[in-house]
Design a protein around this ligand. Structure first.
Ligand code: MIC
Ligand code: SF4
Length: 651
């Protein structure tokens, strides 16, 4: 039987496990990436493993999230990251070089390879035909140390693209359409594989926009074939040698197939507060807009910035609108500067922002109270922008430009017709400007490189073995779609990423600011904290702090109706048991503050997938389940993966 692309890459990297959907397999990782907000923990954990030099083909440490440097913390992190990289064989992409996913696609991505990144948008690399997966920092540390990555053997969804995008309709509209179809829920354990005649009409950066925001579907990753379009892109990056052809066999099988006719798509928008709350832009026409921001790892490529400049050339954005542009990488910025796109944008009223994550992670550019902010990034979770009651509307660059000009929500086709703007059909240039001087190679012999540890650099996380019995309290009960931004806010709190005790003060800050204090009080009294959630708990980012900090506060179990993949893996890595309600209705019977007991939990999770629990306060028993593999059970019993690795002497 023929193979699909995912099967081909998995087979070429297979190390162990049962290659059947839903089963756990181990795969070899060729490349890793980290960013500074997850990287410090990843490298502290890597150091704790005692491996002198990374064993991967390529490992890159990027600085792109915490670049504001208010206070000493970010700068301490950067110096630690730079020196630890030099010492252990890791390339270091300095602050200012760009957003990890954009730079990795430009300079390192290679079809047919596996990439593991401590950031949920690592699947951006799927645009160039890599199997690129987001994971917690500890999983990335293990991969750097030569260990495999454990993943669920995926169900593969084929998305068949036909036709060609019409002028003013963009790659962003393709992924917004798919989010409308598949939503953000229920796709755990799947990989999206694109195919069909429409694929060749999309450039690599356009494909990368689509695979990037595939993260919002909750799938393990998304991937495009590697074809002559891929080859052209690699050649323009001076890396033609990295090209290999990658295509599904004609008789390949899929678990599900979805067709999208590119020619029928229209400009789309994801409304607050979820990326799958999708409407046509035209349905919102006329809605007043306060802010327009173009940037992020989704839409800040050379094509995006050039397209934006051509639309705005000789025009001025509406006086109602605060307009910011953050090019995705130094390469994009240098080319846009050389070709005068930056001058054009400044002329149109743009505030040029740093080539970094910036506004996307809530580091600056908070919108006004109750404001409407139109953005080209991938997430619009409540409060992520820094303004709790603002609404974030996610759109393509073309739509963002139209909204900036009009000061209201506007379909770019209508604005183009009204203002006589020709469609800027920007192509991938024949040659990108290549300048890797901001990517520092590691030292030949790293053993003499001292690692700089300023006061912000803490210790790797510690977690205790699972107790015999969980005797605890429901310290918090939450509803559906709790994101990692709810659990562990970023934005203004980002600078505490390297200091677990401090960062833990802000766990669930936006949901219940008393949580952290109450949880610590319970912990001091020997009461285990239990969190109860509903559907898609842990959506969003890969930040393992959403597990590390609750673990620090004494959370031993989370009971929900369903989990998102990366977060569930992070909970396990830090010794927190991810339980599901056996009967979903039990969720309604439990109240915050109830005392919960899970007797003999160590033995119970080993014995079977169903575990008895008791609501002591209300006097009833209920069942919870788990889908932990034997390996994961051992990790939890040991109190987390670091402890397990030490105990076992292997990964
Ligand atoms: C995000 O987009 O939420 C982040 C910030 O990039 C996170 C990583 C982090 O929290 O550091 C992600 O997507 O994994
Ligand atoms: Fe950075 Fe935003 Fe991309 Fe996360 S989603 S990596 S914060 S640009």
């Amino acid at each position: 039987m023929g193979k699909n692309i995912v099967q081909k890459i998995v087979d070429a990297h297979y190390e162990a496990g049962d290659r059947k959907s839903g089963k756990e397999i181990a795969v070899r990782i060729d490349q890793t990436l980290t960013q500074d907000a997850t990287g410090t923990m990843a490298y502290l954990q890597f150091e704790a493993m005692g491996v002198p030099r990374v064993k991967t083909e390529v490992s890159v440490s990027y600085v792109d999230h915490n670049t504001l440097q208010e206070g000493f913390e970010n700068a301490d992190d950067h110096l630690y990251l730079q020196t630890v990289a030099a010492r252990h064989g890791i390339r270091f992409s300095r602050a200012g070089n760009g957003i990890c996913h954009q730079v990795h696609l430009e300079r390192f991505g290679a079809p047919g390879k596996t990439l593991l990144g401590s950031d949920s948008h690592t699947p951006t690399g799927g645009g160039i035909g890599m199997m690129a997966i987001g994971a917690g920092g500890l999983d990335v540390a293990v991969a750097m140390a030569g260990g495999p990555f454990y993943m669920t053997y995926p169900r593969v969804i084929r998305v068949n693209l036909t036709g060609r995008l019409q002028p003013w309709v963009a790659a962003k509209d393709v992924i917004l359409k798919l989010l409308e179809i598949l939503t953000t829920k229920g796709n755990v354990g799947c990989i999206v594989e694109y195919g069909g005649d429409g694929v060749e009409t999309l450039s690599v950066p356009e494909r990368a926009t689509i695979t990037n925001m595939g993260a919002e579907l909750g799938v393990t990753t998304s991937i495009f074939p590697s074809d002559r379009v891929t080859k052209t892109f690699l050649k323009a990056q001076g890396r033609e040698g990295a090209w290999v052809k990658l295509k599904a066999d004609p008789s390949a099988k899929y678990d599900r197939e979805i067709g999208i006719d590119l020619s029928k798509l229209e400009p789309m928008v994801a409304m607050p507060h979820s990326p799958d709350n999708v409407k046509r832009v035209r349905d919102l026409s006329g809605k007043k807009v306060d802010q327009v921001l173009v940037g992020s790892c989704t839409n800040a490529s050379y094509k995006d910035i050039t397209t934006l400049a051509r639309i705005l050339s000789g025009r001025t954005v509406s006086t109602n609108v605060s307009f910011g542009v953050a090019p995705g990488s130094r390469q994009v910025l240098q080319m846009a500067a050389r070709e005068s796109s930056i001058a054009t944008l400044v002329g149109a009223g743009a505030r040029i922002l740093e080539t970094a994550c910036g506004f996307c992670i809530g580091a600056g550019q908070a919108p006004p109270s109750g404001g409407v902010s139109v953005r080209t990034n991938n997430r619009n979770f409540e409060g992520r922008s820094g303004t709790r009651d603002a609404g974030i509307f996610l759109v393509s660059t073309e739509t963002a430009a139209a909204c900036a000009l009009k000061g209201e929500m506007a379909d770019p086709r209508d604005v183009a017709a009204e203002m006589g703007i020709p469609y800027p059909d920007v192509k991938v240039p024949g040659k990108f400007q290549i300048d890797d001087t901001m990517i520092l190679p590691p030292a030949e012999d790293g053993s003499n490189v001292p690692v700089r540890r300023g006061p912000n650099i803490g210790k790797p996380p510690e977690s205790a073995p699972l107790p015999e019995t969980i005797r605890g309290e429901v310290a918090l009960k939450v509803g559906d779609k709790i994101t990692t931004d709810h659990i562990m806010p970023a934005g203004a709190r980002l600078k505490y990423r390297s200091n677990i005790a401090k960062y833990a003060e802000y766990v669930f800050e936006g949901v219940d600011p008393t949580f952290s204090k109450r949880a610590l009080e319970n912990k001091a009294r020997g009461v285990h904290n239990v969190v109860v959630g509903a559907l898609s708990y842990g959506q969003g980012s890969s930040r393992e702090h959403a597990a590390i900090c609750p673990s620090h506060l004494g959370v031993r179990a989370v009971i929900t109706r369903s989990f998102e993949r990366i977060h569930a893996a992070n909970l396990i890595n830090f010794g927190i048991v991810p339980f599901l309600f056996a009967d979903e209705a039990d969720y309604d019977r439990i109240a915050q503050g109830d005392r919960i007991e899970i007797p003999n939990v160590r033995e119970a999770i080993r014995k079977g997938s169903k575990v008895k629990a008791r609501n002591v306060t209300q006097g009833f028993d209920f069942d919870v389940t788990h889908s932990l593999t034997g390996r994961q059970i051992d990790i939890i019993l040991a109190g987390g993966r670091l402890a397990y690795t030490k105990e076992k002497g292997s990964f």
